[in-house]
Design a protein around this ligand. Structure first.
Ligand code: 6GU
Length: 231
């Protein structure tokens, strides 16, 4: 999958993309991430990418021209049609189901803004879908774009090894993960549950399922209420 990111701070993406699974996914060409700096497309003398809002009010608004020009430059780099996503707290809430949906695409074009927001004509003109990663306010869309790249990449074929695979995981099956233990079997007086040392795989599976259910009821009852809405 190709990710294009339009941002004023491409350097923010370098570290998350340079380690562990995201690094490997690029090396194996499961993903390609192309970062474009919106400021490179500012045409006025001061490279301005933002301006005062019409009608007054606090803060600054991202201007149309640099974003449109950056977008057109990005689109023409590859013939694959991309789904255009604009990072915005007003957007559709990003969740595992949305991540799975996006993982079917060939190309995602992510637009990350700063300041008070984008000129409305950017959303309309680029036919961009707005995406929010949760009900809180970030200083900009970059972290949200990274969250999307990370969660979508790990769903792509061949990105996770067998050992890390997606099958048993929380949210994939709408339940929280069961508790995990590794050696030693006792640490600071705390013992690993006997069932895990029993070697009885049927019993272990049953115990884990039960633990998942109990934890979900206790910590995230909302997930159980939403179970029938999941696909
Ligand atoms: Cl996508 N952007 C910003 N600025 N804040 C957010 C967000 C996005 N998602 C949640 N909060």
């Amino acid at each position: 999958m190709r990710f294009d990111v339009l941002t004023l701070f491409p350097e923010m993406f370098e570290s998350p993309l340079s380690h562990s699974i995201l690094r490997r996914a690029q090396e194996s060409e499961a993903i390609k991430v192309v970062l474009s700096n919106i400021r490179d497309f500012a045409t006025d003398t001061y490279s301005k990418v933002d301006d005062k809002p019409y009608g007054g009010g606090p803060g600054m608004v991202m201007k149309c021209q640099p974003v449109f020009d950056c977008y057109h430059n990005v689109v023409k780099q590859d013939a694959t049609k991309g789904r255009v996503l604009m990072m915005s707290p007003q957007g559709r809430r990003f969740d595992q189901k949305f991540a799975r949906e996006l993982s079917k695409e060939k190309r995602l074009i992510l637009i990350a803004g700063r300041y008070e927001g984008f000129d409305e004509r950017i959303r309309i003109g680029l036919e961009a879908e707005q995406v929010s990663i949760g009900d809180y306010v970030l200083t900009g869309g970059e972290l949200a774009a990274m969250v999307i790249i990370d969660s979508v990449t790990r769903l792509l074929d061949g990105v996770l090894g067998d050992a890390e695979s997606n099958k048993d995981e929380s949210f994939s099956e709408a339940l929280l993960e069961y508790p995990q233990y590794t050696r030693p079997d006792e640490y600071c007086g705390m013992r690993v549950p006997d069932v895990l040392l029993s070697g009885d795989h049927g019993k272990i599976a049953e115990w884990r399922r039960q633990q998942s259910l109990e934890r979900t009821k206790k910590w995230r009852p909302d997930l159980l209420e939403n179970l029938e809405k999941q696909d």
